[in-house]
Design a protein around this ligand. Structure first.
Ligand SMILES: [Zn+2]
Length: 285
């Protein structure tokens, strides 16, 4: 489930290996993933990759040449990957949603694992990605951390911090893994409401966002040009229930939901209170 640090390092690596590559042909099997119609995907043929950048948890791949620059806005959702391969996909490859064949023999593929088709892309004229509703509605980027006043405004909402920080319209780039790390770093309860944070707590939250930058630094050292299917995510509390807190030694606890879980250190984040059942979580603040 790629979040800001994973998308950021992928965008950097893809940008460096793809810049200047010419598009030979394009395919969009099934047409489910491509959510735009005009310009058509084959307008990319003959164009060059100009660069790859990240916005929130999305990619923008820019192309130059042809009848005018274009941008491919890509959202991996929960199980997508954007990867370059040295060889072209076989016709049996059912994971690929969009394939961009390059003149040098390589292929950029939007792939998706599992049965659900949720990953998507939109081909847009240059500059229009910023106006797309998925981009235009994003809150401030979580990394680099926004100025304290901007962060305070973004989280001044009467919702628990765990869902609040994962809401891309409030703050962009955080998902189910890194939210646990950020709150643990900030020593804040996932069940505290954003609107209840005082100034010192907002400052701690801002400090907690630094885990995203440290993850990117780590990926810079560990991830090569070939993007792995599974990133070596340096997580300290997420999915570590039952293990000792790396900071204080207390046992990391978990609250399970239908599709995700929250991990936290009760000694440092919830005043010693342990709640395993989400029906009880509303009692915690
Ligand atoms: Zn602890």
């Amino acid at each position: 489930m790629p979040e800001l640090p994973e998308v950021e390092i992928t965008a950097r690596r893809l940008g460096s290996v793809l810049r200047g590559a010419e598009v030979e042909s394009v395919r969009s099997p099934g047409m489910v993933a491509l959510k735009s119609f005009d310009p058509p995907l084959d307008r990319l043929v003959g164009m060059e990759v100009e660069g790859v950048r990240r916005v929130g948890k999305m990619f923008v791949v820019s192309f130059s040449g042809g009848d005018g620059p274009l941008e491919l806005l890509v959202h991996l959702m929960s199980a997508g990957r954007l990867q370059v391969f040295d060889k072209r996909a076989s016709v049996k490859d059912r994971a690929s949603r969009i394939l961009i064949r390059l003149a040098d023999g390589r292929e950029l593929r939007l792939r998706e694992f599992g049965t659900k088709q949720r990953a998507w892309a939109k081909l847009l004229p240059e500059g229009e990605a910023a106006g797309d509703e998925m981009v235009a509605t994003l809150g401030p980027e979580a990394w680099p951390a926004p100025p304290i006043a901007e962060l305070a405004r973004a989280v001044d909402v009467p919702r628990h911090l765990h869902p609040l920080l994962r809401d891309q319209r409030q703050i962009a780039g955080i998902g189910r893994s890194w939210v646990d790390e950020i709150l643990w770093e900030a020593r804040l309860s996932p069940f505290k409401k954003g609107s209840e944070l005082d100034r010192a707590e907002v400052e701690r939250l801002r400090g907690g966002l630094a885990v995203l930058g440290r993850a990117i630094d780590r990926y810079e050292e560990e991830v090569g040009d070939e993007i792995p299917n599974k990133m070596p995510m340096p997580l300290q509390v997420h999915r570590r229930e039952g293990e000792p807190c790396p900071r204080c030694g207390a046992t990391i606890e978990a609250v399970f939901y239908s599709e995700h879980q929250t991990n936290y250190c009760p000694a440092e984040q919830t005043g010693g209170r342990v709640l395993k059942d989400r029906r009880l979580s509303r009692l915690l603040k």
